[in-house]
Design a protein around this ligand. Structure first.
Ligand code: SF4
Ligand code: SF4
Length: 430
């Protein structure tokens, strides 16, 4: 009975803490300007099914795809086992689903195989990150916390899977001994090999089984509450993020309402814009980005696929699209913490542009869209870069000299070159 009460308290406490932190994350996203697309709903559902559920863009790199697929399926399917653990924990039962008969044996056997595959995949991921010197995992933005974060997740998943398999091994051995409460249920294709490593003594086996059971479920609750602090949030946000994917051609830039209004007013002095709120051109800080762009930042898995195909990064420039997303998330969290501490109107004198992302980074972008194409969860780092540039050019009139020269030429000559419009057809004479 005490164990049941403890379990229920733990369960409620974990869910409440997660809900509390999740609310803060939603509040942080709402710092941005409303801007979730609502058009083309069927196409959006299909994109989500294909890209988030189907992992279609991961397939571009087959080996990581297969490893990630094992972890993904493990995560989704082993949740049936977690449901059983929850019911057992609340009602004090043991293997409550075993009443479904032979299907139960099949399920437990499948979970064991999946748990083993998850363990092996995580181990390979861990070696790739820490032993093999893979460039994609070693950018300047991948030091300190982001590196530890990835490792903590992999180690936790390996520990959780080990606890699950050891728990089953002890359980199977207790079943064979005919221990009270341990009904004969389940098949154990993987944990049967661990059984020989365990002691034969019944009370020690019960201790091991109970320890692994509690470790497994406490680990899951801890993992749930770790999500808001981790790149692993993508396991939740990948779904809405892909739903709100950019569906129009990648090269198409969105018109700025503020500019449209200005142009219309110039052409027609009687024009009264529908949106009269004073707006900034482009973005200087996270408040100027859209909520979708901020959701993008929370969804980023820090996989670095964008950076690994970015021509600016490849040719040694400072720009890394992954860092753009990570900086946006860090700044958003900083603004959120400021709101918690000092209230909604507090200004800390910092901004995303300059304090997090430098001018050198934004002007290194070629706007090629390779990053958006490569991203497995349809994130758009280029959109943020362009908004920061728009702010620099249109609010501050600060742009690289070459760009200023080109803009001056367009203004004076109607073309990016420095030649007079009257000389435009000189080439015909030759
Ligand atoms: S659009 Fe910019 S950030 Fe993205 S890959 Fe191209 S150069 Fe890099
Ligand atoms: S933006 Fe996309 S591709 Fe780039 S690191 Fe994040 S999840 Fe990976």
């Amino acid at each position: 009975m005490i164990a049941q009460i403890l379990f229920i308290l733990l369960c409620l406490g974990s869910i409440a803490l997660f809900a509390f932190n999740f609310k803060k994350v939603v509040r942080n996203i709402k710092i941005g300007k409303p801007g979730f697309p609502t058009d083309r709903s069927p196409e959006r559902w299909m994109t989500m099914l294909k890209v988030a559920f189907g992992q279609s863009k991961m397939a571009a790199r087959p080996i990581p795809f297969l490893l990630h697929l094992a972890v993904y399926l493990g995560f989704v399917i082993i949740n049936i086992e977690v449901l059983e653990i929850m019911i057992d924990g609340i009602f004090g039962t043991h293997r409550v689903f075993s009443s479904i008969g032979p299907l139960y044996n099949f399920l437990i056997g499948s979970f064991e195989i999946l748990a083993f595959l998850v363990f092996v995949s995580c181990l390979i991921f861990f070696i790739r990150r820490n032993v093999l010197n893979i460039k994609r995992f070693n950018g300047i933005e991948m030091k300190a916390w982001p590196k530890s974060d990835a490792n903590y997740i992999l180690i936790t998943e390996m520990l959780l899977m080990s606890a699950f398999l050891i728990m089953n091994a002890a359980d199977a051995k207790l079943q064979a001994l005919g221990a009270n409460h341990y009904i004969s249920a389940g098949s154990f294709p993987i944990s049967q090999y661990i059984q020989n490593l365990l002691p034969a003594n019944e009370s020690t086996l019960i201790m091991i089984e109970r320890f692994c059971w509690w470790f497994h479920i406490i680990g899951i609750f801890a993992f749930l509450n770790y999500l808001p602090y981790s790149k692993h949030f993508h396991i939740l946000f990948a779904f809405p993020n892909t739903y709100f994917s950019k569906l129009y051609p990648k090269g198409k830039f969105n018109n700025m309402t503020a500019v449209t209004n200005e142009v219309k007013a110039m052409l027609d002095p009687s024009y009264i814009p529908l949106d009269l709120a004073p707006s900034k051109f482009g973005a200087k800080d996270v408040q100027d980005l859209t909520q979708l762009q901020l959701l993008n930042a929370y969804t980023c898995t820090e996989c670095g696929r964008c950076t690994s195909v970015c021509p600016a990064n490849i040719t040694g420039k400072l720009l890394s699209p992954r860092k753009i997303m990570m900086d946006t998330r860090d700044r958003m969290e900083e603004v959120g913490k400021n709101i918690d501490k000092h209230g909604i109107d507090y200004q800390d004198g910092k901004a995303l542009l300059d304090d997090y992302i430098t001018r050198e980074e934004i002007w290194a972008c070629t706007t090629c869209n390779a990053c958006t194409q490569a991203c497995p969860v349809n994130i758009d780092p280029l959109g943020i870069i362009m908004d920061l540039r728009r702010y620099a050019v249109m609010e501050e009139s600060v742009a690289p000299a070459s760009l200023n020269a080109m803009q001056g030429n367009i203004e004076n000559n109607g073309a990016p070159w420095k030649y007079s419009p009257s000389d435009r057809f000189n080439w015909v004479q030759d």
